[in-house]
Design a protein around this ligand. Structure first.
Ligand SMILES: Cc1cc2nc3c(=O)[nH]c(=O)nc-3n(C[C@H](O)[C@H](O)[C@H](O)COP(=O)(O)OP(=O)(O)OC[C@H]3O[C@@H](n4cnc5c(N)ncnc54)[C@H](O)[C@@H]3O)c2cc1C
Length: 277
């Protein structure tokens, strides 16, 4: 089942209902960082389209989790609030960005997030505020990702004042860099996390797999950590290509690549294990 919600009370009601019935459920934002099995997902998927934001105090911005993260970053720069310029090219929602501790160009959610309003789902379902420190942020991860401990309803950011012209110029520079270095074809962004002291894209390229194709899936010829849907790729083809890259990098460099994207839905257990172990 797939529902799309635009009001927070509906989001909460669906989660409560699913929990009460013992029905598997998951909240999605933009779905930009996931690979969904071809046969789909068993249970309820709730697409969060709850959008709204307000300036709580002069230096705190409070934003609903369904807001576009890149849109927010751009609007803030245009309105003269600094702190999120690095995020102007990150697709998806604020909720997904918090869960993944999204980041780019030296910035990350953990650096600017003050607190979140959560729907806690471990044990009883209840709303509560959590500080950034409680969320256990790491490189592209958080306790919300590893434990699926709650649903992000909204988040508060620390923002500072700056000349909108300076901020917009910064955003434009980063946009230009992204356009030059990242493919435009459909993808889920970086497939692997960068291993300590190295880059997943560099390793895959050095293993000779840049541009490699499997069915409709392809390792981008522009950036080897982006796997693109070149022509009606199935999720299985993308997964097999991921496995090929992972194996090649291990064989050649003994470097282990861990997934940044998440596998969602009814995956064959052998494929899931090959990609996450
Ligand atoms: C072209 C491209 C470029 C990218 N560049 C970057 C980059 O530079 N840096 C970067 O960090 N990422 C990047 N990404 C990855 C992705 O955009 C980010 O991880 C993004 O923050 C995911 O947001 P989302 O709303 O799409 O999350 P989804 O993919 O919808 O969900 C991701 C996870 O978060 C959970 N989730 C979503 N919303 C909530 C919520 N409200 N409460 C609880 N759980 C929730 C989901 O269940 C899932 O586990 C890129 C992706 C693409 C396609």
């Amino acid at each position: 089942m797939y529902v799309s919600v635009t009001k927070e009370e509906d989001l909460i009601a669906w989660v409560r209902q699913a929990q009460t019935l013992g029905y598997p459920w998951r909240v999605l934002g933009g779905g930009t960082n996931i690979l969904v099995a071809d046969v789909g997902v068993r249970g309820l998927v709730i697409e969060n389209r709850c959008r709204g934001h307000q300036l709580r105090e002069e230096q705190t911005l409070s934003v609903s989790a369904g807001v576009s993260f890149a849109g927010l970053a751009r609007r803030m720069a245009r309105d003269g609030y600094q702190g999120l310029e690095w995020a102007s090219g990150i697709p998806g929602t604020l909720g997904g960005a918090v869960v993944n501790n999204a980041g780019a160009y030296g910035g990350s959610v953990a650096d600017v997030l003050r607190r979140v309003r959560l729907l806690e789902v471990e044990g009883t379902i209840k709303g509560r505020e959590a500080t950034a420190a409680e969320l256990g942020f790491g490189y592209r991860t958080s306790l919300l990702k590893t434990r699926r401990a709650g649903v992000v309803l909204s988040a508060e950011f620390a923002v500072g004042r700056q000349d909108p012209k300076i901020l917009s110029a910064r955003v434009e520079r980063l946009d230009e860099h992204r356009r030059r270095t990242q493919p435009r074809e459909p993808s889920a962004g970086s497939v692997f996390k960068n291993p300590p002291g190295d880059y997943a894209g560099r390793l895959i390229e050095a293993a000779g797999l840049k541009g490699e194709r499997l069915g409709g899936a392809q390792i981008s010829a522009l950036h080897a950590n982006y796997f693109i849907n070149a022509h009606q790729a199935t999720a299985l083809e993308v997964a097999q290509l991921i496995q090929r890259a992972r194996d090649a990098v291990w064989q050649k460099f003994r470097a282990r690549l861990d997934l940044e994207i998440e596998l969602i839905g009814e995956w064959d257990e052998s494929i899931r294990l090959a990609l996450v172990n």
